[in-house]
Each structure stands twice: as structure tokens, then as C-alpha cells.
Design a protein. Structure first.
Length: 351
């Protein structure tokens, strides 16, 4: 009888045991339908980026697979005179071989012209989103550009968030001389206009994907630092942190095990905002010639190219890259908002 009672008590205790922070966050995340859809969209983009980086897809983005400025397939084929094919002379109705030595070649030239036109038509039909001024597939370029732009945005945002979070945690938790030094460093970075700071780093580190990510990450951490510092200053004096100190928890344990999970939603929001901001910054740098190399393509270089095409009425590269950017940026922002709500400690008490 006592064994049965003890087992019943253990079962009730297990049932009353609260779920962990991450389990509760994941449960709330799954309940957000919009957040889950956006997470799936972001995951698809990340898979495309991984496949593009591995060379499985979009490896031939530099190949001229169609006629220049070929329109998207849904607009229909262009007129025959716009395909770039050179009209060949047609054979005469009478035999002119005695007076024209090229007469026997007329039929051959006419056949070649037909084959050339057929090949161009087939290639143009495969360009769902059209071609650029060199005949390169816009869709393939957009996928390859997503690899570069998303990689730059995410790496730069992660670097800026990591630097800002660590420095903000140290300044807000310890204060004193450490806090004074980090405040001085923060003031130095914020005293310089952001665009000038980016240009200065660009001159130092040069062009390239990793260089641009490093430039933006080093220039973008001060805002995150300020917010995280304020959060750590507020949480370091709360009862749960004092209780952890009373039972012998180390300073690092209190900083990153107790306080950081309760301010992680702030860091995640800043991460999301900086990914979007850094993608825009990459566009500006690439437009000014300070971004990725000339042998690479990004959303920024595609937007720069599309300006001259738009003047001539070729709008599909601009629309294509804009739509792809908008889908990713919107999905990423909504996904991070849902993740922030799932991790927000204020929502835990409402359940």
C-alpha cells in the first residue's frame, strides 16, 4: 500500500513539474501559424543558399543561356527581329551558279538561319523570369545573389549581435572600470557617422563576401550593446539573480545561464533588424563598388544592373530580384517576431 502511495505521489509530482524554458518556448512557437510558415520559408532560402554554395544549383549563373534581355516566358516570345539573328539571303528561283559562285550556298545558309532561330526560341522558353542584358538567366542570378546577400546579412548580423551582447553583458553586469572603458569605446564608435565608418572599414578590408560581413559587423554592434547593457543592469539586481548568487552560482553562470535567456528576445529582435539592415547596406556598398567582387553576383549588383535596363523598358530583372528580396526579408522579420514572442518571459506568466 505504501509503495502504491509513493508511486502516486511521484506521478503527481512529475505532472506538476513545470516544463523547461526551451520546451515552453517551442510549444508557443508551434502555436503561431504565421511564425511556422515564415520559418519554413526562411528554411527554404537557407537550403537554396547551401545548395548554391555547394555548387549543386546556380553554378552556371555567368553563362549566356539566351538572347540578351529575353522577356519572361509568361510574356510570350519576342518578335523574330529582336532575337539577334542575322537575316540570310534566300536562294533565287533560277540557277545562278554560272554567274554567282555563292549561289549553291544559299540553301545551306537558309537552313542554318532556321536552326539558329529554333535554338534561340528553345532557350528563351526556358527563361521563366527572363534574361539580363548579357543573356544570363535572371532566376539563376537571383538564387546565386541570395547566397551572397543572405550570407553577408546573416554573418554580419550574427557578428554584430555577438559583439554587442558580450560587451553589453560585461558592461551591464560588472560596471565599474570595465563599464567605463566599454562606454568610452561605445562613444568612440557612435561619434563617427555610420556610413563613414563603413567606408573606412571598406578601404581597410577591401572587397569580398567575408570582408563586407566583417565591415558591417564591426560597424553595427553599438546599438545592440546599448540595449543589452540596459537589460543586464536591470536584471542583475532582481531576486532570481540574487537567489542564484546566494546558492553559490558564479558570475559567468549568472550572466549567461540566468540573465541571458531572459533578455534573448531583445538580441533576437536586433538580429532580425540587422539582417535586413545589412542586406540593404550590402546593396549600397555593391552599388558604389565597395561590396562583393566583380566576379560575384548579389542582390545589390543585380539592382545596380537593372537601373540601366529599366530605362530601356527591361523591367524583369528589377522585379525579380525585388520580389525575392521582399519574400525573404518579410518572412525573416515575421519569423523573428514570432520567436521573440515565444521567448519573451513576460508571456510565460500569462499562460
Amino acid at each position: 500500500m505504501s509503495a502504491v502511495l509513493s508511486n502516486t505521489a511521484a506521478t503527481k509530482a512529475g505532472a506538476q513539474r513545470s516544463e523547461g524554458v526551451w520546451a515552453a518556448s517551442w510549444r508557443r512557437m508551434r502555436a503561431d501559424k504565421v511564425g511556422m510558415v515564415c520559418m519554413a520559408i526562411v528554411a527554404v532560402f537557407l537550403v537554396l543558399v547551401a545548395l548554391s554554395g555547394a555548387g549543386v544549383i546556380a553554378s552556371g549563373w555567368q553563362k549566356e543561356v539566351g538572347v540578351p534581355n529575353a522577356p519572361p516566358t509568361f510574356l510570350g516570345p519576342r518578335p523574330a527581329e529582336a532575337t539577334g539573328a542575322i537575316a540570310q539571303p534566300k536562294g533565287p528561283n533560277v540557277d545562278l551558279s554560272d554567274i554567282d559562285p555563292l549561289a549553291p550556298r544559299y540553301a545551306e545558309w537558309e537552313e542554318r538561319a532556321k536552326q539558329f532561330k529554333t535554338v534561340d526560341t528553345v532557350k528563351a522558353e526556358t527563361l521563366t523570369f527572363g534574361a539580363d542584358r548579357l543573356g544570363r538567366d535572371v532566376l539563376t542570378k537571383a538564387i546565386k545573389g541570395a547566397e551572397v546577400s543572405i550570407m553577408v546579412g546573416v554573418l554580419a548580423a550574427v557578428l554584430a549581435t555577438l559583439i554587442g551582447t558580450v560587451l553589453g553583458a560585461l558592461s551591464g553586469f560588472f560596471g565599474g572600470k570595465i563599464g567605463d572603458f566599454l562606454e568610452w569605446l561605445y562613444n568612440v564608435f557612435t561619434a563617427i557617422p555610420g556610413i563613414l565608418l563603413i567606408f573606412a572599414f571598406a578601404v581597410i578590408f577591401g572587397r569580398g563576401v567575408m570582408s563586407v560581413a566583417l565591415i558591417l559587423g564591426l560597424a553595427g554592434w553599438p546599438g545592440i550593446y546599448r540595449l543589452i547593457r540596459a537589460e543586464f543592469m536591470k536584471h542583475s539586481v532582481r531576486e532570481y539573480v540574487r537567489s542564484a548568487e546566494a546558492i553559490g552560482a558564479s558570475k559567468m553562470s549568472r550572466m549567461f545561464k540566468h540573465i541571458l535567456p531572459n533578455v534573448s528576445h531583445v538580441a533576437l529582435v536586433q538580429l532580425s533588424l540587422h539582417v535586413v539592415s545589412f542586406i540593404k547596406s550590402e546593396v549600397i556598398l555593391s552599388y558604389l563598388g565597395l561590396g562583393v567582387g566583380v566576379d560575384q553576383v548579389s542582390w545589390g549588383t543585380m539592382l545596380a544592373e537593372s537601373q540601366s535596363e529599366l530605362i530601356l523598358g527591361y523591367w524583369w530583372q528589377l522585379v525579380g530580384v525585388t520580389v525575392v528580396m521582399a519574400v525573404f526579408v518579410t518572412a525573416f522579420a515575421l519569423f523573428t517576431d514570432a520567436l521573440r514572442d515565444a521567448l519573451d518571459p513576460k508571456l510565460r506568466g500569462l499562460e
